[in-house]
Design a binder for this molecule. Structure first.
Ligand SMILES: *[C@@H]1O[C@H](CO)[C@@H](O)[C@H](O)[C@H]1NC(C)=O
Ligand SMILES: *[C@@H]1O[C@H](CO)[C@@H](O)[C@H](O)[C@H]1NC(C)=O
Length: 548
């Protein structure tokens, strides 16, 4: 107890110390800050990476008030990682010419698309439309010698990470088949409605740099991913999720994998939507209408969310396709908002249209917290014509000043930076390879320094496949000097390796930045964003909002 308190005091001191920009930093630290070229030379007190890693160990402490029950939804699956060429050969497929297909309908389509991407060394993800053919391929893949099976799906990965904290009860809603159930942490509760007879498999066909098949040669290692998600692509998991909340009574809800409803199921949805001509809501995709109604019901303060039922029925309620929506689910949706903070993980939403719809349907204001990476951050800015939306893409390490501008814009335009705003959004956890920023509206969150460091630490350890940071296997890739904004007025900031969180304020928002000790030879980067956000949430504390 005493230990924890003193560590917390040390953290407060360390951060406060740096916050106020003390001029007399110990000389050895100034060397690190001012002369990054010294990094490589051996130091008596250890390398830059050693100093940061040691500082993390002392400064990362759990908040006083922790979550006790977290509900996570909505996607889950089993990832099967297998040699692409090996599997196709085992399925008696001959090599040939490559051809990209938007949707895979057969083994032939799979082969052609796989070759198309393999000869480019590019990553791709596709939906396989034929359920029987997919099941046959999935079985062959799972049984293929050397195939590796992992827990997959953003929500399941977040659940697994949260379940590594023994005092935390985790409810996971998503399609859980027998194989996945067996692989999940024992501490994870799966509601009976989420259990299914068959697993949803994601097949990840790997190839190595220089690997050959027929006349095709891969210029670099990469993976081709395909799946036939029924539940992940449908709304059923979200309904089950919302229905389970009543009984579970979580103090935090984490939504991730909503993008699954978009990509894979798009064809089906669009087909279904064609049947609903004449509706003013024609053209809405299911998740959009879900959110539309969510927003309408919130705005209009509808007790039974009749808005939801209207939109739902009009757009895609078809007995053949979706189970009927229960009234309980509807009222539970309203309940989520009133008391429980919601974190929405946007990681890997690579679809710009979907980002646009998130912005247009004003999803941002109805969640309390979001997690995203540099790509999604830029998409959001482009969708809403925010700062630096003229950038086509980031070049190298995203500029801290620009990232800070966009984060501030999101919290001011779509968040609760102004206390008179009705928006709930008060927290953004931004993660990119080289550094992380936790931006919070003042007065709503505590323990941000520890939270942002904890997220960075898990990025280092998980990528290297280790339990703790090994300073010899990681490197700092972010500049230790940066600016609080891209334009004027701006503050010049530095990161102190011995207290590796730099904090600054703009308006009513405080930013906490730490660098990532980037794994030099990453083993597995799937689900890294999910782990970072999960860890950041565990170390975050929601303050009782101040009345204004
Ligand atoms: C919303 O509805 C509830 C009861 O259904 C009521 O107590 C509350 O005051 C309403 N809020 C607003 C802002 O109208
Ligand atoms: C910051 O908060 C104050 C009240 O505490 C409010 O008057 C002001 O408008 C807010 N600023 C922004 C940029 O939202």
């Amino acid at each position: 107890m005493w230990r924890k308190a003193s560590a917390a005091a040390l953290l407060a001191l360390a951060v406060g110390y740096f916050y106020h920009g003390s001029p007399d930093l110990p000389e050895q630290l100034l060397q690190y800050v001012g002369l990054p070229s010294l990094r490589a030379s051996p130091q008596s007190d250890g390398s830059l990476e050693q100093v940061i890693s040691a500082a993390w160990e002392t400064l990362i402490t759990l908040p006083t008030r922790q979550w006790s029950k977290v509900a996570v939804g909505v996607n889950a699956c089993v990832d099967v990682v297998v040699s692409g060429v090996g599997l196709l050969q085992a399925m008696a497929v001959d090599p040939g010419a490559g051809l990209d297909h938007e949707v895979l309908h057969s083994k032939e389509d799979l082969k052609e698309s796989f070759i198309h991407y393999m000869e480019r060394g590019a990553a791709a993800e596709r939906f396989f439309s034929d359920p029987e053919a997919f099941q046959r391929i999935a079985r062959a893949a799972a049984e293929y010698p050397g195939a590796k099976l992992y827990v997959g799906g953003n929500a399941a990965l977040i659940g697994q990470k949260l379940a590594s904290y023994p005092d935390l009860m985790v409810l996971l809603c998503g399609p859980v088949g027998p194989k996945l159930h067996e692989m999940l942490d024992e501490q994870i509760v799966v509601p009976p409605e989420s259990l299914q007879e068959t697993d949803e498999f994601h097949l990840i066909l790997e190839y190595k740099a220089g690997e050959k098949w027929g006349s095709t040669q891969a210029p670099q290692a990469n993976r081709f991913i395909f799946s036939h998600d029924v539940s992940n692509g449908a709304m059923s998991s979200l309904e089950t999720f919302v229905a389970s909340l009543d009984e579970f009574e979580p103090d935090l809800v984490v939504l991730s994998g909503l993008h699954m409803m978009e990509g894979q199921g798009r064809e089906l949805w669009e087909e279904r939507l064609k049947e609903v001509s004449g509706s003013e809501l024609f053209g809405l995709t299911p998740q959009k209408s879900y959110y539309t109604s969510w927003v309408i019901s919130k705005k209009k303060n509808l007790s039974a969310s009749s808005a939801f039922i209207d939109v739902y029925n009009l757009c895609y309620c078809s007995e053949r396709f979706l189970p009927a929506l229960s009234r309980q689910a509807v009222s539970a949706i309203s309940d989520i908002h009133k008391d429980i903070p919601i974190h929405l993980e946007l990681a890997s939403m690579t679809d710009r249209d979907y980002m646009n719809s998130l912005m247009q349907e004003q999803v941002m204001p109805i969640v309390s917290s979001i997690g995203l990476n540099e790509q999604e951050l830029l998409f959001l800015s482009q969708a809403g014509e925010g700062p630096h939306s003229e950038l086509a893409a980031w070049k190298g390490v995203p500029d801290v000043g620009r990232v800070s501008d966009i984060l501030l814009w999101i919290l001011e335009q779509h968040g609760r930076s102004d206390p008179s705003s009705e928006a709930d959004l008060t927290r953004i956890h931004f993660h990119t390879l080289a550094y992380h920023i936790l931006a919070t509206v003042d007065g709503y969150w505590g323990n941000q320094a520890a939270a942002v460091m904890a997220g960075a630490r898990v990025a280092s350890t998980q990528a290297c496949g280790l339990r703790s940071v090994d300073p010899s296997k990681v490197e700092v890739k972010a500049p230790l000097e940066f600016h609080s904004s891209h334009g004027e007025p701006r503050e010049k900031l530095t990161l102190n390796p011995a207290a590796p969180v730099t904090a600054w304020r703009r308006g009513n928002v405080t930013f906490h930045l730490t660098v990532v000790l980037v794994c030099k030879q990453p083993l597995r980067t799937v689900g890294l964003g999910d782990a970072i956000s999960a860890e950041g949430l565990v170390y975050s504390e929601l303050k009782t909002p101040q009345p204004f």
